[in-house]
Design a protein around this ligand. Sequence first.
Ligand code: FMN
Length: 193
Amino acid sequence: MSKPLVAIVYHSGYGHTKAVAEAVIAGIGEVSEVEGKLIPVENVDAEWETLDGAAAIIFGAPIYMGSVSAAFWAFAEKSSKRWFELKWKDKIAAGFVNSGSQNGDKLQGLHALYNLSQQHGMIWVGLGLHPGNNNSNGSTNDLNRLGGFGGAFAQSNIDQGPDVTPPDADRRTAAHLGRRVAEATVRWERGKA
Ligand SMILES: Cc1cc2nc3c(=O)[nH]c(=O)nc-3n(C[C@H](O)[C@H](O)[C@H](O)COP(=O)(O)O)c2cc1C
């Protein structure tokens, strides 16, 4: 039998959110019982059946003008065809967002991803970490340095390329989310058997 699939559907205009998505899939790769697959929104029209067959879908987007990018949301609207039949009901879901500013209205974007998952009747998995860098011994190198709870937050300096930014701490936080979703998926799928 093939392994349960954890798909990542993401948009990235300039490569920074793609770097976060790659960190998420590296975390998924640490869990041998599942497969991971990256699906850029540009390719989604060839991948609807892949998504229908996935056990989990992780949504990822950059923050453009205070919420998820329009290209990501175009995918969200197209997914309404799945909504009519609640085809994604009871799949595991999670999300990550990336922006230029430290805050940058990331939570608005993450809530958009959460709402999308709930419209589809999915099971949302949060980050499951304490915040980092919130006391006098903290550092920007801490896991979850941006202190998110509902998903993985990343921040990319707007004058640097994705080879440099987001920093390692955000990539490790994203990998943590990928691993956590993969582990949750294993337990969820086992429960169905
Ligand atoms: C059209 C546009 C709007 C943006 N709006 C925001 C914003 O509201 N908040 C923020 O912090 N950064 C904003 N940014 C910066 C991006 O979130 C940041 O550069 C991010 O790393 C881009 O990710 P990408 O390379 O995957 O597209 C914006 C960038 C663009 C191009």
